[in-house]
Design a protein around this ligand. Structure first.
Ligand SMILES: [Zn+2]
Length: 65
C-alpha cells in the first residue's frame, strides 16, 4: 500500500514546535515528533526498500541493540 505509506509519512510531519501535526487532540495536546506512527511508517518504508525489520536506527536503537 504505497499510497497509504506516503500519505502517512506526509501527514505525520512536525509543526514549528516539534510536535506531530496529525497526532493531536482537540484540546491541543500533541505527540512529540517523530510520533510512534511516523516511526512505524519510516520502518515500513525502510523495509520496502529492502531493509531488514528491526534494523533501522532511531531513538530506540540503543534499547534494541
Ligand atoms: Zn503522528
Amino acid at each position: 500500500m504505497p499510497d497509504l505509506l506516503q500519505r502517512t509519512l506526509a501527514q505525520h510531519s512536525p509543526d514549528q514546535h516539534g510536535y506531530c501535526r496529525e497526532c493531536r487532540e482537540a484540546s491541543g495536546i500533541a505527540a512529540a515528533w517523530p510520533c510512534a506512527t511516523r516511526e512505524v511508517a519510516e520502518e515500513a518504508e525502510y523495509i520496502q526498500r529492502g531493509g531488514l525489520p528491526g534494523t533501522l536506527g532511531g531513538r530506540h536503537r540503543s534499547s534494541r541493540a
